[in-house]
Design a protein around this ligand. Structure first.
Ligand code: MRU
Length: 328
């Protein structure tokens, strides 16, 4: 699998995810501003990958002679929902006493994230029922992380164990992370993959074709409410209605126990153009009003389990997530 990013010491090599699946092109990022723009413009995306790349952005800023706080402030303004960004910047704030220490910490953040992904794959794959089709939404794969993937990691491990027959991938309007990125990853992994549009999920679930849903997360509140890509909430309601297990896979860097519920999670509103245009062509009258919330919140009561690298949390999440964070 191609990595989303690779630290080269003097610069950060970054896969431009906007070009996938058409072109596999890497950019060389050398400055704080280039890294900030790469996150804003979604050349890199996915909560853990954003955190890792931001950490390297701090290192590049220090190499440019910029102040730590200036770097953290600029990177904090890029995207508001994924808490991994703020978690990584906080770690950098504590560790970056000089360039060497900053670089070490960014590398640690990346390594720990990779290990967390592999661990979640091992733990989570055991939850997948035998011989089912699994549905996923958005891209929570290797390129959304430092490698391997969260939801995709669970599915690929379950596939290796013979539990998964086929993966159904929501296209994930409007940014098409499912169609462009997740199908690209699953096909590279050799896993049978079916692409569906978001509004087909209910049809296949009602026909009994889906045995489990696995998604990633951008921020998880103390009560277990989960913010993830827009459309995830709808899937969680369908899962509850049809009694299908609904799993969330996320490293503990995605937990935000400082907020009590999903109502406090800031939801990014992105440009209306991402809804209005596909491949440079408008698909609706240009003078129509458009809204574009990029995330929604699935309530804790719709979630069967939250898979982290430190263990699996079950309801009531207020208690189980706290225990996981305290290492109990
Ligand atoms: O807007 P994006 O593409 O950054 O949103 C990504 C998601 O919502 C993912 O599901 C989430 O970050 C988990 S990635 C392992």
């Amino acid at each position: 699998m191609l990595p989303a990013f690779e630290w080269k010491g003097e610069y950060l090599l970054l896969l431009d995810q906007r070009l996938l699946p058409w072109e596999e092109k890497y950019l060389e990022l050398k400055t704080l501003e280039e890294v900030a723009i790469s996150i804003e413009k979604m050349m890199v995306r996915g909560a853990p990958a954003i955190g890792c790349v931001a950490a390297y952005g701090v290192v590049l800023a220090m190499k440019e002679g910029k102040g730590l706080e200036e770097a953290i402030a600029r990177l904090s303004r890029t995207r508001p929902t994924a808490v991994n960004l703020f978690w990584a910047l906080e770690r950098m704030r504590r560790a970056a006493v000089n360039i060497e220490e900053a670089e070490k910490e960014a590398i640690n953040i990346e390594r720990e994230d990779y290990q967390a992904n592999v661990k979640m794959g091992e733990l989570g794959s055991e939850l997948i029922p035998e011989a089912v089709n699994v549905l996923t939404h958005c891209n929570a794969g290797a390129i959304a992380t430092s490698g391997y993937g969260t939801a995709v990691g669970v599915i690929r491990k379950a596939w290796e164990k013979g539990r998964v027959k086929r993966v159904y991938v929501d296209e994930t309007r409007p940014y098409l992370q499912g169609a462009r990125l997740t199908t690209w990853e699953f096909l590279k992994l050799g896993i049978p993959t079916t692409l569906i549009t978001d509004n087909m999920a209910g049809f296949f679930i009602s026909k009994g074709e889906i045995g489990a849903i696995v998604v990633g997360a951008d921020r998880i509140a103390a009560n277990g409410d989960v913010a993830n890509k827009i459309g995830t909430f709808t899937l969680s309601v369908l899962a509850k209605e049809y009694d299908i297990p609904f799993f969330v896979a996320a490293p503990t860097s995605t937990l935000d126990l400082s907020i009590s519920s999903g109502a406090e999670i800031p939801i990014e509103e992105r440009s209306k153009d991402e809804v209005l245009y596909i491949n440079g062509r408008n698909i609706a009258p240009l003078n129509v009003d458009v809204r574009h919330p990029a995330f929604d919140v699935s309530p804790a009561e719709n979630i069967t389990a939250i898979i982290t690298e430190k263990g699996i949390a079950y309801p009531p999440y207020g208690e189980s997530l706290r225990k996981i964070m305290e290492g109990r």
